[in-house]
Design a protein around this ligand. Structure first.
Ligand SMILES: Nc1nc2c(c(=O)[nH]1)N[C@H]1C(S)=C(S)[C@@H](COP(=O)(O)O)O[C@H]1N2
Ligand SMILES: [Mo]
Length: 503
């Protein structure tokens, strides 16, 4: 290759790479970065089978490889266009031809790059830089040409290459900083939006509630939400040091830190939790708005080999439960509660939520998920408790209000797991006849409590006291069973019952 040809190739590459680097410096890896846009075109043009073969062969690396390939190809194209444009321009005018060359070069590069990105602003500077680099090399070579008359001055070319390389390093650095910044602000904005949505859901739930003295609120405030722990105080966990491991029968073991977990797409969910030891008139049932990520997103990344397997879930306090994977399909790993960071007592940094199941499966301070091929029980199973299936329906009486006009008002709340509460029926004659209570509006998610209110208007012929029962009808039309049983070992059953004096 003659020196002139070599200089032409160097010029072309320097111009193309500098133009692309300029684009990276301004737009980092956003859609307006020339290579991102060009890469999309390349992927469209390539046959589908080829693209999937590459992805299968190289996995996550495939995207980077294709960006590298597209970046290289684009640099050559842009460089060639810039050089051709410059030569075309300098050939045209008789005097001071360089400015014309730069102009024609920049315009040509613009015309080629514009359709790729579709945003004029995104190609102006890269086009100018590309043209300027060509002109710079030409001027240097020309100064050399004057003295030797044939070949360009090598030293000048080497100096120019050094300058261009320096420029590229700076542009690249800017792009990296830019990318870091946009990723951070995007994430912050997203987290703020999620928090606002959670707060909004809390207030919407309160709006759906009934207005009556002593009724349990639709959403329990954090200090009011019941708490059941095997230890007197929660483990204190530093989220920065915490990790969640996914191991066992998976294609790829995962070790996620707090940031990784929060990096998955977030969801807000209304959900009640009820402890298996909650008695009919107990207070271990509360609803909150939870913020977290879908368990399935994480399990998908690990790659489950056997859908019929179980997950062994362990907390930092050595509490554990094994559950069928099917139970985790709608499960959420929560790190937020009622729009706030998950409190220590409720599982900070991350706790599990399992739809339709007793509270004991909602492992707090979760640290390990191991996929195993058989059931291995859990903490309370080892202590004689059962109840791995759906929660029992329950109706609770929160308060009896004696109104000034003589009416007796009963208020309460009811829960029936994922089946949802259809209605609460009340009898004031010992179960002979039943009437529907007034209900709070249902929340958009069924696995939540619903408030109810019923008023007795005493009449002259009434007995001295009312034998009151209240029971839940779930979303499938099933009436809560009458038979009373203690919480141990399968969870309490039976209707709520009160005897009220007429006064
Ligand atoms: N790690 C761990 N998770 C746990 C427990 C526990 O003691 N340790 N208690 C379980 C029980 S029995 C219940 S009812 C729920 C209670 O959740 P809460 O305290 O947030 O209401 O958490 C469950 N998850
Ligand atoms: Mo529990």
């Amino acid at each position: 290759m003659t020196d002139r040809r070599l200089v032409a190739v160097v010029t072309l590459l320097a111009a193309g790479i500098s133009a692309v680097a300029t684009s990276f410096g301004i737009y980092a890896t956003s859609e307006r970065f020339l290579v991102s846009a060009f890469n999309r075109l390349v992927l469209e043009v390539l046959p589908g089978w080829f693209v999937s073969a590459i992805i299968q062969r190289f996995g996550d690396l495939a995207l980077e490889l294709s960006l590298l390939f597209s970046g290289g190809l684009l640099s050559v194209i842009v460089g060639a266009v810039a050089l051709a444009g410059y030569r075309l321009g300098t050939r045209a005018g008789p005097s001071s031809r360089e400015p014309v060359g730069v102009a024609v070069s920049a315009v040509l590069v613009f015309l080629v790059a514009y359709p790729v990105v579709g945003v004029a602003r995104a190609v102006v500077l890269p086009a100018i830089v590309g043209a300027a680099v060509v002109a710079g090399f030409d001027l240097l070579s020309a100064s050399g040409r004057d003295t030797t008359d044939v070949s360009p001055d090598r030293r000048s070319v080497v100096q120019a290459v050094a300058v261009v390389a320096g420029y590229n390093v700076v542009a690249h650095g800017l792009g990296l900083v830019r990318r870091e910044q946009t990723q951070r602000t995007e994430r912050e904005l997203q987290e703020r939006a999620t928090r606002l949505e959670a707060e909004h859901l809390v207030s919407e739930a309160h709006d759906a509630g009934l207005d009556a003295d002593g009724i349990k609120p639709m959403i329990s405030a954090i200090g009011e939400f019941y708490q059941v722990d095997i230890n007197p105080s929660p483990p204190s966990i530093d989220a920065d040091a915490w990790t969640l491991s996914v191991s066992g029968l998976v294609e790829e073991e995962l070790e996620l830190d707090y940031d990784d977990v929060r990096g998955y797409e977030t969801v807000n969910r209304y959900k009640a939790i009820r402890c298996l030891s909650d008695d009919i008139d107990g207070e271990e049932l509360d609803t909150a708005v939870w913020t977290g990520v879908r368990m399935t997103d994480i399990l998908e990344d690990a790659g489950i080999e056997d859908e019929g397997a179980y997950a062994m879930l362990e907390g930092a306090d050595d509490y554990f439960y094994s559950v069928p994977l099917a139970d985790l399909e709608e499960s959420v790993l929560a790190f937020g509660m009622n729009g706030m960071e998950l409190p220590a007592g409720h599982g900070y940094p991350v706790r599990l939520l399992v739809p339709d199941r007793w509270g004991k499966l909602h492992v707090k301070w979760l640290t390990d998920i191991e996929i195993i091929d058989d059931e291995e029980g859990g903490y309370w199973e080892e202590r004689g408790w059962h109840g791995m299936g759906a929660v029992n329906a329950v109706t609770k009486v929160d308060r009896i209000n004696r109104l000034e006009d003589g009416r007796i008002q009963l208020v309460g709340h009811a829960y029936a797991g994922a089946r949802g509460v259809e209605s609460v029926e009340v009898s004031i004659d010992g179960g002979d006849s039943w009437e529907d209570a007034t209900m709070s509006d249902p929340l958009p998610e069924p696995d939540t409590t619903r408030q109810w209110l019923y008023e007795i208007e005493p009449e002259d012929g009434d007995p001295d006291s009312y034998d009151v029962y209240a029971r839940t009808v779930d979303g499938e039309g099933t009436v809560q069973p009458e038979e009373r049983s203690d919480p141990f070992p399968d969870g309490a059953t039976g209707w709520a019952q009160r005897t009220l004096r007429r006064e």
